[in-house]
Design a protein around this ligand. Structure first.
Ligand code: CP
Length: 303
């Protein structure tokens, strides 16, 4: 089995093949119960609606069994090592999905586990989210390569996976963040390398209008994510001018689509007019978490 930790680990061809499998599964054309008799452990160090439910239902639809493992109920939450946890869980399970605080914890788990490990969000990346996002863009725009995606807001884990995923499939990507909240420089450099191979562009700016100009896809995320609640007031101040609203979206292509990984805060990072308006495809995007992840589960866990 193969791990699914970050999109940089996969070739353009592998990503496109996963998206094709996801589209097939969504159309009811995929393999029948390919994970029959297999169990996926799902470790959550943070709360979740979409990731938990979409993995759990997706696993059931594939004929397998999902096992929810709250971090607080595991000895891992009381100091048992990741090494021992990986070795023990490998004796019971056929795969692990983990939402963890630190990306290096997930890398360590994958290194010592004898079964596939799937990243359900870390501080660095959200690769399953970006697979669902690309599936959604492809459905609504008929292609990926040559489109422009603009991400407005915090240069966070979601932004990092958008950068890498977009560059891998040849979408032009522009990220606009306030000063001090730009995406990680090393990840930007890595995305630039992949974009060069595809003939596409990566733009990092502090100007939301520049990022949104002629965009086919506009994307945003919350200004303060899980664990950043103490910074909420400071962030709301710093992110003023970065709200995705009708004025900002007037700079995009007239047929742009709006994406948000959710949960959303209407009136902060996005206006209600945009998130609940005709350009928004957020619930297709949320549904596509399940289809994209079913493809990932099959690729990682099927015999
Ligand atoms: N987008 C996303 O990962 O949602 P949850 O935090 O609800 O899983």
């Amino acid at each position: 089995g193969k791990d699914f930790l970050k999109l940089a680990d996969f070739s353009t061809e592998e990503i496109l093949a996963l998206l094709e499998l996801a589209a097939d599964m969504k159309a009811g054309k995929g393999p029948v119960k390919p994970l029959a008799g297999k169990t996926l452990g799902m470790i959550f160090q943070k709360s979740s609606t979409r990731t938990r439910v979409s993995f759990e239902v997706g696993m059931l639809q594939l004929g397998g069994h999902p096992l929810f493992l709250s971090n607080n109920d595991l000895q891992l939450g009381r100091g048992e090592t990741i090494y021992d946890t990986a070795k023990v869980l490998s004796r019971y399970l056929d795969g692990i999905m983990i939402r963890a605080h630190g990306h290096e914890q997930v890398e360590e788990l994958a290194e010592h586990a004898d079964i596939p490990v799937i990243n359900g969000l870390t501080d660095s990346y959200h690769p399953c989210q970006m697979m669902a996002d690309m599936l959604t863009i492809q459905e609504h725009k008929g292609k990926l390569k040559g489109l422009k995606i603009a991400y407005i807001g915090d240069g966070n884990n979601v932004a990092h996976s958008i950068l890498i995923g977009s560059a891998k499939v040849g979408m032009d990507v522009a990220i606009a963040s306030p000063v001090g909240y730009e995406p990680d420089a090393d990840i930007v450099a890595q995305a630039e390398g992949f974009a060069n191979e595809q003939g596409s562009t990566v733009v990092i700016t502090n100007d939301p209008v520049e990022a949104v100009k002629d965009a086919d896809v506009i994307y945003t995320d919350v200004w303060a994510s899980m664990g950043q609640e103490a910074e909420q007031d400071e962030r709301v101040q710093k992110f003023t001018g970065f709200q995705v609203n009708e004025e900002l979206c007037s700079h995009a292509k007239s047929d742009f689509i709006f994406l948000h990984c959710l949960p959303a805060h209407r009136g902060e990072e996005v206006s209600a007019e945009i998130i609940d308006g005709k350009h928004s495809v957020i619930f297709d995007e949320a549904e596509n978490r399940m289809h994209a992840q079913k493809a990932i589960l099959v690729a990682c866990m099927a015999d």
